[in-house]
Design a protein around this ligand. Structure first.
Ligand SMILES: NC(=O)c1ccc[n+]([C@@H]2O[C@H](COP(=O)([O-])OP(=O)(O)OC[C@H]3O[C@@H](n4cnc5c(N)ncnc54)[C@H](OP(=O)(O)O)[C@@H]3O)[C@@H](O)[C@H]2O)c1
Length: 288
């Protein structure tokens, strides 16, 4: 049995699907009762509800599991205490393999949500647990969330310069890698940077979007204060906004470049290209 935390989120659902394809039994830990059907629909055979901030609500999730895939909540100020809770429970239930869903370049202190993951990685090093750390770069799926608006406006808007280069990765490739790593002990004590493609500018991303969607699309910089206003009215909290603004400023200042060699080696094939991810998304939308 493999336990997945943060299981009803977009990463969790993808990882459960990838493990189900390999006929692995999955226990999903979700945050709210309404999320139980989401984890079941992805293929989890057991689903438990609990709050990782409060260790007393989640011990049952750790009973009888062989491995654990820990997905922390997105942009959570509690990520370190959540990491501590999950590591403590994994130790006391003698989990054989702890796999941590971290982030590419957790060492960057000016991005608080990256730095918090660095501290959780550090806790793992001294935990005595057998672990693997996956460090995915930004998902291509982050762009797909705004696809309707991009198609409507013919604009791909980002809150940093359009010449800023970023390396992206397909979430489905990350999920497949997680399933490979979780299925055996070949990858224990490894830390993998997971990058799907060479860094490209936002202008280049707009060109790929335009070519794939057969429409004129150009990249445009949205001023940070306008982005924050939109994020606030969309319901995002101030701490999350602050963390994301710091990330955007970092991207603009230094770019976010990685190398896809490790992911290619783990998958045994080329990582999925952005063009293919856009086409897959559109065909899934048509099928719904
Ligand atoms: N997006 C990217 O490009 C990217 C790249 C690299 C790494 N990551 C990392 O991947 C992780 C997962 O991201 P995601 O986009 O999959 O997040 P997500 O969709 O928000 O999923 C996180 C899940 O955790 C649940 N959750 C929140 N607080 C919880 C708590 N206290 N106890 C138990 N569950 C809780 C959430 O429930 P609610 O929805 O009810 O809050 C949600 O179902 C994040 O740590 C992120 O930093 C993301």
């Amino acid at each position: 049995m493999i336990l997945i935390t943060g299981a009803a989120g977009k990463t969790g659902q993808a990882v459960i699907r990838a493990l189900s394809k390999r006929a692995e039994a999955v226990r999903a830990l979700v945050f709210r009762a309404e999320q139980v059907p989401i984890a079941e629909a992805s293929g989890a055979s057991e689903v438990l509800v609990g709050d990782m901030r409060d260790a007393s609500t989640i011990p049952d999730a750790f009973t009888g599991i062989r491995a654990l895939y820990h997905i922390p909540p997105n942009m959570s100020a509690d990520e370190i205490s959540i990491g501590r809770n999950v590591i403590t429970l994994a130790r006391s239930s003698a989990v054989e393999h702890f796999v941590y869903h971290s982030v590419f370049r957790p060492q960057i202190e000016t991005m608080p949500h990256h730095w918090r993951k660095m501290r959780v990685e550090e806790m793992l090093f001294s935990s005595g647990l057998v672990f693997t750390i996956l460090q995915p770069t930004a998902y291509m799926q982050n762009i797909l969330g705004g696809l309707d608006q991009i198609q409507r406006d013919g604009r791909y808007r980002v809150p940093y310069g359009t010449d800023t280069t970023t390396s992206l990765v397909d979430l489905e490739d990350i999920a497949e890698t997680a399933a490979i790593v979780l299925s055996g002990d070949e990858h224990v004590h490894a830390t993998y940077e997971l990058i799907g493609m060479d860094a490209v500018s936002q202008d280049e991303i707009a060109r790929i979007l335009g070519e794939t969607l057969s429409q004129d699309i150009h990249a445009e910089t949205q001023p940070l204060d306008a982005w924050a206003r939109d994020a606030r009215s969309g319901g995002l909290g101030e701490k999350q906004i602050d963390g994301l603004v710091k990330m955007f400023q970092y991207y603009e200042g230094y770019n976010f470049k990685g190398n896809s060699h490790v992911l290619k080696d783990l998958l045994g094939r080329e990582p999925t290209r952005l063009r293919k991810v856009i086409i897959r998304e559109i065909s899934q939308r048509h099928a719904r």
